[in-house]
Ligand binder design. Structure first.
Ligand SMILES: [Zn+2]
Length: 75
């Protein structure tokens, strides 16, 4: 369970999935669909056995915001 830090209502737990790895990066990669990973970037997604990249995410429908929880990254 997670509450929205903006409005305080309960956020809906779900996932974001992608064909490429998902990462927070300071700048987007210009010539690649994959994020360019360096010491500043944070890899967010785990890959399942079908090579689908998945990360836990919480949705606030009221604020139109998505909160990504990457605390279990690598588990
Ligand atoms: Zn909210």
């Amino acid at each position: 369970m997670s509450e929205c830090s903006t409005c305080g209502s309960e956020m809906k737990k779900g996932f974001i999935q992608s064909g490429t790895r998902l990462a927070w990066v300071p700048k987007p990669a210009k010539f690649s669909v994959e994020p360019s990973l360096n010491k500043e970037s944070v890899l967010l997604s785990n890959q399942n056995r079908f090579s689908i990249n998945i990360v836990d995410a919480f949705l606030c429908e009221g604020c139109k915001r998505v909160l990504i929880d990457f605390s279990d990254k690598g588990v």
